[in-house]
Design a protein around this ligand. Structure first.
Ligand SMILES: [Zn+2]
Length: 358
């Protein structure tokens, strides 16, 4: 694949106001406002006004959950394995520190960079964790992805519905096997911001108002998924509707119970597992993405609206897990070629021009 050359697009070329502290892009309709001092409203919230749970208490919650189920099922857990740094570090911790009986699984949806799976397999071999790659029927997969991208009823203007429905679909696929193999939990390597966005962080909120807010987000998203299910069922396509089923196995999000420190995690897995990022993301590696994420970032740039990845980076700066300088360095180096975007969309019989006029 060609990434550099004609038609290179840099991620930081948005013509918009950015927060001087967290780099958030101004989007008034989405509730991000930047003041005359250059600082956004998110940065001005004072977290000390909330009653926060200590890391010891958060860890305690995690230990209670895993000990309540340990040894009572055929597997203590199924790890959702992408081969990236988050799931790799998660597998290392669960296996070596908590001595859990695990199985790991990747879903090949056709939009991952193939060497991600080589990475995942190497990690699992080293840790002695059985690893399976699920390859769903390609025809059905393409139908599903084309549907969540183009269906008017499901669309968001920044294409973030792709990650929402795809994320649920991937979890449900792992869930089907976790049920078959009798696993107590599914372990996810989502970072704390992704968990909060999904409304799954109520368990680690000491403040009742914040906990309720998390539960409300979760309920809203579950309803959205059920709505997509019903809407699709009405089209007389139960097979497609099934792609919107919610997972039933309890999902544990490890990184909300422990301080999330990507730089430390990277150093640890490099040292203990000889882990290296895939070539696509090797320079100044901090985050990887699938081909669809790269595509939606590109399309948001074309529309000059903030994308999902930039929002996540800004949230991480505010949380203190990444510095503004680290993010600026990565953003200056993430680039896609038009060919790469075209290739991805061609898998779904779509073009960039079509996407921009949806
Ligand atoms: Zn800010």
């Amino acid at each position: 694949m060609k990434f550099i050359g004609k038609g290179v697009i840099f991620i930081n070329n948005l013509k918009a106001k950015r927060c001087v502290r967290c780099l958030a892009v101004e989007a008034r309709s989405k509730g991000t406002l930047i003041g005359d001092d250059g600082v956004c409203n998110h940065c001005k919230i004072n977290p000390s006004r909330y009653n926060r749970m200590s890391w010891e208490e958060k860890e305690q919650k995690f230990l209670e959950l895993i000990h309540a189920a340990k040894g009572k099922h055929r597997y203590d857990g199924f790890i959702m394995m992408s081969g990236g740094k988050d799931s790799t570090y998660l597998a290392l911790k669960l296996k070596n520190e908590y001595k859990l009986n695990l199985m790991a699984m990747s879903v090949d949806n056709g939009f991952e960079y193939p060497d991600s799976f080589d990475n995942a397999r190497k990690v699992c071999d080293k840790l002695g964790i059985p690893y399976i790659i699920l390859q769903p029927d390609m025809r059905q997969l393409r139908k599903f992805y084309r549907y969540i991208i183009t269906e008017k009823h499901l669309r968001h203007d920044d294409y973030s519905q792709i990650c929402l429905y795809c994320g649920n679909y991937l979890k449900r696929q792992v869930d089907i096997y976790a049920e078959k193999f009798d696993a107590a939990y599914i372990f996810s390597g989502y970072n704390p911001d992704q968990v909060t966005e999904l409304g799954e962080a109520a368990i680690v909120e000491a403040d009742p108002g914040l906990a309720q807010y998390q539960q409300m987000i979760k309920r809203t998203l579950d309803e959205k998924m059920q709505d997509a299910y019903q809407y699709t069922l009405q089209k007389n396509d139960p097979e497609l509707a099934a792609c919107f089923e919610l997972p039933r196995t309890k999902i544990l999000y490890y990184y909300q119970h422990f301080p999330y420190d990507p730089v430390h995690m990277l150093a640890t897995i490099r040292q203990e597992l000889d882990w290296e990022p895939i070539k696509r993301f090797s320079k100044n590696y901090l985050v990887s993405g699938c081909q669809l994420v790269c595509t939606l970032v590109h399309l948001c740039q074309q529309k000059n609206i903030p994308d999902y990845i930039q929002k996540e980076f800004s949230a991480q700066i505010r949380r203190g897990t990444l510095t503004k300088e680290q993010v600026e360095k990565v953003m200056a180096e993430i680039k896609f070629s038009n060919e790469e975007i075209d290739e991805t969309l061609a898998k779904l019989d779509l073009t960039c021009a079509q996407m921009l006029t949806l």
